[in-house]
Structures are given as structure tokens and as C-alpha cells.
Design a protein around this ligand. Structure first.
Ligand SMILES: [Zn+2]
Ligand SMILES: [Zn+2]
Length: 299
């Protein structure tokens, strides 16, 4: 029997598929497949964003533009890089933190929350995460160190379907922690958090887009593109206003609500220097700001 086994072994050892280079190639292909699969899985959202935007938002921008703007406008490529890099980076720390945070979750609170109807859980998760987004965002404007990184997001001179994706990885990680950690600790199920995150992200695609619709029936109830465009506006009256991501009630409560009916938002940008390239924008927050760079001559 042993002889037969040895014979069989010898036989397959001599096959072409047992050659070291073939085994190495199969091993490498497996590793590439596993890594690729994980990259695809965690990157599902960034890819969906591009497909949905190109199919829905870009045509809408052509039909109802707010400002005249070419689809292939300057710095589009830099924003592509931001989208993919910050999209991945924002999630990675939470993936590692999730099992650790789960340990600290109060089981009583979690079962109390999760015993409610799903629609109520989603509404509550939306409300609490919006409160956190409001304050996380407001701190990133009011704390100078955080502003250095958040300024990258505000440096877009043109707002469109991709401009909102311009986020420094540090800004992205900060917001993921600020919002994600309390939300996971609060006891909401992962499904609730993913549903709320998807609603917020899908809507986020439209609030930066170059859409001229006013959607007045949503004023004060839900954030519109006009509302968020004011947040990016260089107009002095609009400075440090409209921090909310989806529910403007927090701007109303904390006295930062700004939505005038007699004027249009714009121009957009910041009054300090920001390089136009992706790498330049990554480095800029770490550099010392020279006094001459704080001039307000931007268009
Ligand atoms: Zn901001
Ligand atoms: Zn924005």
C-alpha cells in the first residue's frame, strides 16, 4: 500500500503542475485574489459612489447646474485620489477597533436599543450620529490643528459631484473616530449603523454637487446642496455656518444656520494657500503657514 502511495506521489511530483514555479505562481495568484477580494469588499462603497455619480449626478448637473462648470474641470484627478485613498483609510481603523469596542459595549443598553422597531432604531442612530457629525465638524473649523487638515476639504474652488471627496486622510480618520466610536459604543447594531451611513453617504454625493435645485420644501428639515454650498462659500456672512451633514436642526439649535433667500452661494474656497496637486494637499497641513499666504486675494 505504501509502495502504491509512493508511486502515486512520484507520479504527481513529475507532473508539470508540481513544478516550483507553477506552485509559486498559484500561491501568488491566491494571495492576490484574497487581497484583491478584501480591497474590493472594503472598497465597494468608493466604486459604487463613482458608478452612481457618473450615472445619476453628473447628468443631473448638466440639466440643472448651479454654476457654469466643465465636467473635466481642473484638479479632478486630485479629487479622484482623495476619494479612493481617504475612502479606504477612513474605514480601516474602525474595522480594527470594532471588536475591541464591542467588548466595552453595555449589553443592557444594546438589548434595550435593539428591542425597538427597526425604523425607530434607524431614526435614533441618524439623530445621534448627526449630532456627532455637527460637533466633530464644528471642532474641525474651530480647533486650529484640526482646521489645517479640514482646510483641504474647503480648498475646492469649484463644487461638483467629486469635490466633496477631497478630504485629507487625517481629517477622514478624525471624523471616523469622533462619530464611529460613540456610535459603536452606544449599542446600535452594525446593520443600523451601515444603513444610516449609507443614507448619509448617498446624500453627501448631492450636497456638494453642482446642482441648481433649491428643494425649498426641505429647508430646515434636511440638508440641501444650497445649504452645504453656503458652508463652502467665502462670503463673510456664511463663515463657520451650516455644519450639519443631513439634519440642519443642529445648526438651528446651536445658532449656525445660514440660508438666505436673496442671494446665491459662492465663490468657494479658503483664503490661505493650498497646492493644486494631490501630494501637495497631503503635505500642506504639516507645513508652517507663512504670513503672506494668509492674504485674501483668492477669487
Ligand atoms: Zn467644513
Ligand atoms: Zn463639504
Amino acid at each position: 500500500m505504501n509502495d502504491t502511495t509512493a508511486l502515486t506521489e512520484d507520479k504527481w511530483r513529475s507532473q508539470w503542475w508540481y513544478q516550483p514555479w507553477v506552485r509559486a505562481a498559484i500561491g501568488l495568484a491566491t494571495i492576490a485574489f484574497v487581497l484583491g477580494y478584501h480591497a474590493y469588499e472594503s472598497g465597494f462603497e468608493p466604486f459604487t459612489f463613482i458608478v452612481l455619480s457618473v450615472c445619476l449626478i453628473v447628468p443631473l448637473e448638466k440639466f440643472i447646474p448651479r454654476h457654469e462648470l466643465r465636467t473635466f474641470r481642473p484638479q479632478l484627478l486630485a479629487d479622484f485620489f482623495h476619494h479612493f485613498v481617504s475612502g479606504f483609510i477612513g474605514f480601516i481603523p474602525l474595522i480594527f477597533l470594532f471588536p475591541i469596542l464591542n467588548e466595552f459595549q453595555s449589553q443592557e443598553l444594546a438589548s434595550l436599543i435593539q428591542s425597538q422597531p427597526t425604523w425607530l432604531q434607524i431614526l435614533e442612530a441618524l439623530f445621534i450620529s448627526e449630532f456627532l457629525i455637527y460637533w466633530g465638524h464644528r471642532f474641525s473649523h474651530e480647533v486650529p490643528l484640526l482646521w489645517r487638515f479640514h482646510a483641504v476639504h474647503h480648498s475646492s474652488p469649484n463644487l461638483d459631484w467629486l469635490a466633496g471627496e477631497r478630504r485629507h486622510p487625517m481629517d477622514q480618520v478624525y471624523m471616523s473616530f469622533f462619530v464611529g466610536i460613540p456610535m459603536v459604543l452606544s449599542g446600535f447594531s452594525l446593520v443600523d449603523l451601515l444603513i444610516v451611513g449609507a443614507i448619509q453617504n448617498i446624500w453627501d454625493m448631492t450636497i456638494h454637487a453642482n446642482l441648481g435645485w433649491r428643494l425649498k420644501f426641505l429647508d430646515g428639515i434636511w440638508v440641501t446642496s444650497e445649504f452645504h454650498h453656503w458652508h463652502h462659500s467665502m462670503d463673510k456672512d456664511a463663515r463657520d455656518k451650516n455644519y450639519s451633514g443631513a439634519l440642519p436642526v443642529f445648526d438651528w439649535l446651536f445658532k449656525t444656520y445660514y440660508l438666505p433667500s436673496d442671494k446665491e452661494p459662492g465663490p468657494y474656497g479658503i483664503d490661505t494657500h493650498m497646492p493644486e496637486t494631490y501630494v501637495g494637499q497631503l503635505i500642506q497641513p504639516f507645513l508652517k503657514i507663512k504670513p503672506e499666504e494668509t492674504s485674501t486675494e483668492s477669487s
